[in-house]
Design a protein around this ligand. Structure first.
Ligand code: CP
Length: 339
């Protein structure tokens, strides 16, 4: 079952893994989905514990990781900053290095989630996760941070493979901004663009002025596309962006000015975003697409990012993708944490 040696490998973004390694995780996830409780999988993490460290709340991530550990015969611990005594800019306490070196002695893997409101500048969450990874031998898995959400990216493409065929080469995915009151992190969106471009998909990005993503990420997506014979394009046309798309991914994200002044200006972000009401994925726009599938990592902001009709329509695959989180995480844990 397990062919490549991925034991101990961190997963902070799918971009850090080879395509062959990602494909191995996807194929194992598909096998685990088909034979969910088969004895070949139910003892993989026997007597082992996965540490889940959440700075932010979650529905899917916590439940799917906890259940994944159980289904592999192991256990998952739920940890929050308030259950530890970590040093921060405002409080005295333990360093990340000390905490990481101790956690490394207990667990078989460490998952970390740190999102927009727990940092003061874009990239701080990534730095924290990478600092844990530097001091841990056990694999460190991002459970969503300000830049990336690798398990979500794997779950997304597992859903696209099921609904459009295993070869995603040449398919066009539109990632479009959606208005709303959430001022979300860039993580799910950037991860999706990275993994889709590595699997040969044409990646289209649509957003209003002021909502550009990190330049380095865009450059990497462009490079991935050119290496894989696909195209990257950008537009600020909220309607024409849909033309010919095979998959539409609509999601709110914060503006370029979100951390101006050294903290997240959530109120300003929300006020600005709620005015851009043209930016919603609706039935009319979906008609311009190539009968596109609707994709979203959830939680969905219905009535803002997307209409109820599209989110609950026959082309929506949001629940399949949410289910896939369980299967891909089981595969990643088996590949990186088993003996
Ligand atoms: N998609 C996702 O990560 O969902 P949660 O925030 O509920 O975990």
């Amino acid at each position: 079952m397990i062919k490549m040696n991925l034991k101990g490998k961190d997963l902070i973004t799918t971009q850090d893994w080879e395509v062959e390694e990602l494909m191995q995780a996807l194929e194992l996830a598909e096998e685990m989905k088909k034979k969910r409780f088969s004895p070949e999988f139910t003892c993989i993490l026997q007597n082992k514990s996965f540490l889940m460290f959440f700075y932010n709340p979650s529905v899917r991530t916590r439940q799917s990781f906890e259940i994944a550990a159980t289904e592999l015969g192991g256990h998952a611990l739920f940890l929050e900053p308030k259950t530890m005594r970590l040093k921060s800019k405002k409080t005295a306490g333990e360093t990340i290095e000390d905490a990481a070196k101790v956690m490394d002695r207990y667990g078989c893997g460490l998952g970390i989630r740190i999102l927009e409101d727990k940092i003061n500048a874009y990239g701080e969450g990534e730095n924290i996760i990478r600092e844990y990874a530097e001091h841990c031998n056990i694999p460190v898995i991002s459970m969503a941070h300000d830049k990336y959400h690798p398990c979500q990216g794997l779950a997304d493409v597992m859903g696209y493979r099921k609904h459009t065929g295993n070869d995603l080469k040449g398919k066009t995915i539109l990632h479009t901004w959606g208005h709303g009151a959430l001022a979300r992190s860039h993580c799910s969106l950037q991860e999706s663009m990275l993994i889709c471009s590595r699997l040969g998909m044409n990646v289209r990005l649509a957003h209003p002025e002021g909502y550009a993503l990190e330049e380095d990420v865009i450059n990497t997506v462009q490079k991935n596309c050119s290496e894989n014979g696909s195209e990257f394009s950008k537009t600020d046309d909220a309607v024409q962006a849909y033309k010919g798309a095979d998959i539409v991914y609509s999601r709110n994200w914060m503006s370029e000015k979100a951390y101006e002044g050294g903290e997240l200006n959530k109120q300003k972000e929300v006020e600005k975003a709620l005015k851009l009401t043209d930016w919603i994925c609706d039935e009319k726009k979906m008609k311009i697409s190539n009968n596109a599938l609707f994709s979203h990592p959830m939680p969905v902001d219905r009535g803002h990012e997307v209409t109820d009709g599209v989110a609950s329509g026959s082309r929506s695959i949001i629940y399949d993708i949410a289910e896939n989180r369980l299967h891909v995480q089981k595969a990643v844990m088996a590949l990186t944490m088993s003996d």
